[in-house]
Design a protein around this ligand. Structure first.
Ligand code: NI
Length: 570
């Protein structure tokens, strides 16, 4: 039995440490640890609940809008506020574009270097690469000159010496079966995705003023002004070539047109570039449908309300699947969520083995790990700043795979069509998605399902405004004098990385209790009081370790969860 430590895990959010034991070239046990304490739940205590979202979104520099929205929804739930239709459209547009952006960026800029070899791309034949790209996608412009230019840019990059992520680590780096042409195709799109994300993030900067940390959230709706007097023509530029940095107001004619253009660009890239590239990687690595399965327990809180009722239809529905049983989706209830700290660096006082519902949760840090510098954490009772959330005491996986499976089994037409299309192209059955590769494929499927909706939400916003309904917020409960002396609220929703819940208690107009259970808290959780591993820990069991000096197989499975440890520890 040999211990192997990866710390820090790079190309993820936050400070994640993975320890495994392996023997005979296979992982036999695993420990997932968040190594930085943040304490946002404690910082929120005593604050005005209307400003909680501004702080809550600071748990992360990537998932900012996710926690801003979860926070305003929890306060709205506590105070009994219903947001107007325009605010729902605005929130769907913002979060929808965040899903698409995060999924594309995760694939190209965090994950794909585990699956291809950028250095081998320099030996690729641009003509053969163009042929490969055209066999996968009808995208215009995938010609020989495009791939020759990409190869030349990549070559200059790698030869300049300042290209750490691309440096050849030897064959152990990938062990993947991607050809030089596949690597060149994907690396050309890697470079293009850098420009693409700069343009697509404009959905968020138009609505939220900036990214990260958007400013348009508001308890009751959104702070997005409806312009008086219609759009004004922009004054002429002072000199030729000057970049016009003024953005139109989001809800002006130009702003809505700009958002439509972003929606179209997002959808085209996902459909013509991202999904075909994922198909190419998946075809080259069929063995990875057999690895990284884990428990097969999938939980979705659901997201993207499609109407204004109290129990709206959701684009991605709520529910859970247990043990990989694709015949049944169980309905869920937030009362069944509880967090344990038996193996975390927190104390619950008298009963360290308790599981607490988040409405009664505690965040009382108590480090019990070895003093630094240490070589290993495993063996210590506590080994993480993440708590261990469980649903009915069961560890659950959350994220795109969970959402896609729950939607698939519930019969969502838009999800079924996309899943069936992709698994047919791969020659797989849907249960092949219970895997490391499946998480990558499900993320791409979900990006397409959400990207398909964006322009519809712009059209919905236009139509509501055109009907004369200009409300973007309900401020009837804004004044604290209108609040009860005590109120409890909860929000269950989804961010790109999975299910997110915020629970709070308002007492005497201030926050008396605040608990966050983030997607990565579920996925990267340590063991619970009964010693059951978290979802990532379990998924690592059985993972091959071809070269302990370059444990890329472990990283493939860890990164397939798209962990954001900053959010996980809060
Ligand atoms: Ni995050």
């Amino acid at each position: 039995m040999t211990r192997l430590v990866i710390d820090p895990v790079t190309r993820v959010g936050g400070h994640l440490r993975i320890e495994v034991e392996h023997s005979g070239g296979v992982v036999s046990d695993a420990w997932s640890s968040g190594t930085m304490y943040r304490g946002m739940e404690s910082i929120l205590l005593g604050r005005d609940p209307r400003e909680a979202w501004l702080l809550a979104q600071r748990v992360c520099g990537a998932c900012t809008g996710v926690h801003a929205m979860a926070s305003v929804r929890a306060v709205e739930n506590a105070l009994g506020v219903t947001i107007p239709r325009n605010a729902r459209s605005i929130r769907n547009l913002f979060m929808g574009s965040e899903f698409v952006l995060d999924h594309v960026v995760h694939f190209y800029h965090q994950q794909v270097l585990d699956w291809i070899d950028p250095v081998s791309a320099l030996t690729a034949d641009p003509a053969a690469t163009s042929g490969l790209a055209r066999s996968l996608s009808a995208r215009p412009g995938s010609n020989v000159a495009y791939f020759r230019d990409a190869r030349d840019r990549l070559s200059r990059f790698i030869e300049s010496g300042g290209s750490g992520p691309f440096v050849d680590d030897g064959p152990g780096q990938t062990g993947a079966a991607s050809s030089p042409e596949t690597s060149l195709m994907v690396m050309a799109h890697y470079l293009e995705a850098l420009d693409w994300q700069r343009r697509v993030v404009q959905m968020q900067t138009l609505l939220g003023g900036k990214s990260p940390h958007p400013q348009m959230y508001l308890v009751g709706g959104a702070v997005v002004p409806v312009p008086w007097g219609g759009p004004q023509p922009a004054p002429p530029r002072e000199h030729p070539g000057q970049i016009d940095q003024r953005a139109p107001a989001a809800l002006s004619v130009e702003g809505l047109a700009a958002m439509s253009a972003v929606a179209a660009e997002a959808k085209a890239f996902v459909e013509q570039v991202y999904v075909p590239d994922v198909v190419a990687i998946a075809r080259a690595n069929p063995g990875w449908t057999q690895l990284g399965r884990g428990y097969g327990n999938y939980l979705s809180f659901g997201e993207f309300p499609l109407d204004d009722s109290n129990t709206p239809d959701l684009l991605l529905p709520t529910g859970r699947i247990m043990g990989g049983d694709l015949a049944t989706v169980e309905s869920i209830d937030q009362v069944n969520v509880a967090e344990a700290v038996a193996h975390s660096w927190y104390t619950y006082g008298d009963d360290e083995n308790a599981s607490l519902h988040p409405s009664k949760g505690l965040t009382d840090p108590r480090y019990t790990g070895p003093p630094p510098p240490f070589t290993t954490l495993a063996g210590s009772d506590g080994y993480s700043w993440l708590k261990a959330p469980r649903y009915r005491e069961e560890p659950m996986e959350v994220g795109p795979l969970a959402r896609v499976l729950v939607a698939y089994v519930q019969g969502s037409r838009v999800v079924r069509e996309r899943v069936d299309d992709v698994v047919t192209r791969l020659g797989l059955a849907p249960d092949a998605l219970f895997s490391t590769l499946g998480r990558m494929v499900a993320r791409a499927i979900e990006a397409q399902v959400v990207a398909d909706q964006l322009d519809g939400w712009v059209a919905e916003l236009k139509a509501t405004l055109a009907s004369g309904d200009l409300a973007v917020a309900d401020l009837s409960r804004w004044e604290p004098e209108t609040w009860p002396s005590e109120a409890k609220g909860v929000s269950l929703g989804e961010g790109p990385r999975g299910a997110v819940g915020h629970w709070l208690t308002i007492a005497d107009q201030r926050i008396a209790a605040y608990q966050i259970v983030d997607a990565t808290t579920w996925n990267a959780s340590p063991r619970d009081a009964s010693g059951r591993r978290g979802a990532t820990e379990e998924a690592l069991i059985g993972t091959p370790v071809a070269d302990p000096e370059r444990p890329v197989e472990i990283l493939r499975t860890v990164r397939s969860f798209d962990p954001c440890t900053a959010c996980g520890v809060q």
